[in-house]
Design a protein around this ligand. Sequence first.
Ligand code: DQA
Length: 137
Amino acid sequence: MKIAIINGPNLNLLGKREPEVYGNETFDSFLETLKSKYPTLELSYFQSNIEGELIDKIQEVGFTYDGIILNAAAYTHTSVGIGDAVKAIITPVIEVHISNTFARETFRHQSFISPNAKGIIIGFGLKSYELALHSFL
Ligand code: DQA
């Protein structure tokens, strides 16, 4: 089974960025653990701080992969383009967030991804990604 994990802006800083909100672990270290726990899955990973690159990646994997786990980070709340890309593809998308966005500022309560996501997992730290992965098993 081919699953793509796609992370948006500033998530390259996980481990150093606001650890009280996002934790101390880097995404690379988390990904290694995830890959060793699920060796039969083909897990690909892409991170970008650039909106158009995220759209390109969603289009690239969105007709051939079995699932996408998408944390569009701040673009979740602003990007009609990423929302449209999720709507345009056939691969199911699980929207994930590390923090509980509904317990934070009101501008984080809106998502352009949610209306076209298969499901949403929010607020479980990096475990949100693993829970999303489970939804495809
Ligand atoms: C986030 C929540 C967003 O509001 C924020 O802009 C992020 C990370 C999360 O995973 O908790 O960068 O998507």
